[in-house]
Design a protein around this ligand. Structure first.
Ligand code: GAL
Ligand code: CA
Length: 345
């Protein structure tokens, strides 16, 4: 079996009093084995790679809590069939918790059946299954974030800038000509982010004129292509680029760079995620704001939930909605600071 495997032998059991300790019955040397199998939709996704990096760190932290952890990660490369096979493979390899980032968020039944047959809980993350599927079994959970909140924050960051900088309206017609770069069709974070960003701008009194929109599947290279086409069509009319994630905002910047647009000839760009590259672009004032998708918080919630579930404990103290869902808040990253607002480091 390929893939990275992290193995930690836990000695102390201090923190386990709450979790692993409860599994052990007696507070002795026994450790609790937690073997997590992760499969995610595509290894080319920047945000997910960063999130999974954080999750690895969280599992290492469980070392202090009396757990012996192992992690196996699989890339489904955008293919549902591959992902279904990977789930079988992870189960055969002895994983006792599955963390699944669905390729097809509308079709998790096969994965749920495989897990249920062996009584292995599933924590879905980032790509939210539809509500009816989440009801298929009681050991299904979801960790993610609220798409509407991220769109509202993006819209409000853009509105703040437009209100205080009259140069954003470059042709001074009292309207902001904008384009949108959207994530995958059918993804809970794509349409909702766009709608709530646009609604928020409007409710802040900004008059908008939509020039175009293009789907770029969260991907920087695809966004660059779409943006090249839009610039070809609208030349210097575009004043605002709203992208459903940072990688697509960066792809838009790549297009302008390649065409040698500079300074006041550029529109303003807004993303979502706060990836390493995205935050860097905000700090360098190339991007004008982003919204922090709390990968550390999501990773910590996944690890805590996994630890509780492996002990057969009801994770009652976690902030559930409808008993199965954990949504971590987003944070605004305005252009002037380049740092997530109100978030503890
Ligand atoms: C979104 C994130 C995108 C992409 C997508 C994949 O939440 O903002 O960058 O990672 O999930 O499902
Ligand atoms: Ca204008």
């Amino acid at each position: 079996m390929r893939g990275r495997r992290i193995r930690i032998l836990a000695a102390g059991a201090a923190l386990c009093a709450g979790v692993a300790g409860a599994c052990r019955g007696r507070q002795e040397e026994r450790t609790v084995e937690l073997h997590v199998g992760v499969t995610y939709y595509n290894q080319s996704d920047t945000f997910l790679n960063e999130l999974i990096g954080c999750f690895k760190d969280e599992l290492v932290k469980l070392e202090d809590s009396g757990f012996e952890t192992a992690l196996t990660v699989r890339d489904a490369a955008g293919a549902k069939r591959t992902q279904d096979d990977q789930v079988q493979e992870l189960i055969d390899a002895g994983c006792n918790i599955l963390c699944v980032n669905l390729v097809d968020r509308a079709d998790p039944s096969e994965i749920i059946d495989l897990a249920r047959e062996k009584d292995i809980p599933i924590i879905f993350f980032n790509r939210e299954p539809v509500a009816e599927d989440m009801m298929q079994w009681e050991k299904l959970y979801y960790v993610g974030a609220d798409a509407e909140q991220s769109g509202m924050m993006q819209g409000s960051l853009a509105a703040d800038l437009i209100r205080c900088d009259e140069h954003v309206d470059r042709n001074q017609d009292g309207k902001i000509q904008y384009v949108v770069l959207e994530g995958e069709a059918g993804h809970q974070d794509a349409i909702i982010r766009t709608e709530s960003a646009v609604d928020t701008l409007k409710s802040n009194g900004i008059v908008l004129e939509k020039l175009s929109c293009g789907i770029a599947n969260w991907n920087r290279a695809q966004a660059k292509n779409r943006m090249m086409q839009m610039i070809g069509q609208y030349r210097n009319q575009i004043e605002l680029v709203l992208a459903n994630n940072d990688d697509m905002a960066l792809g838009a910047l790549d297009a302008y760079e390649e065409l040698n647009y500079q300074g006041s000839a550029l529109p303003v760009f807004f993303g979502i995620d706060g990836t390493d590259e995205g935050l860097k672009a905000v700090r360098e004032h190339r991007m004008h704001g982003t919204v922090y998708n709390d990968k550390e918080g999501q990773a910590a919630a996944m690890a805590e939930l996994a630890a509780a579930l492996i002990c057969g404990k009801e994770p009652v103290e976690m902030p559930f909605e409808n008993e199965k869902y954990i949504y971590l808040p987003y944070y605004k990253v305005p252009g002037d600071s380049g740092l997530p607002e109100n978030r503890n480091p």
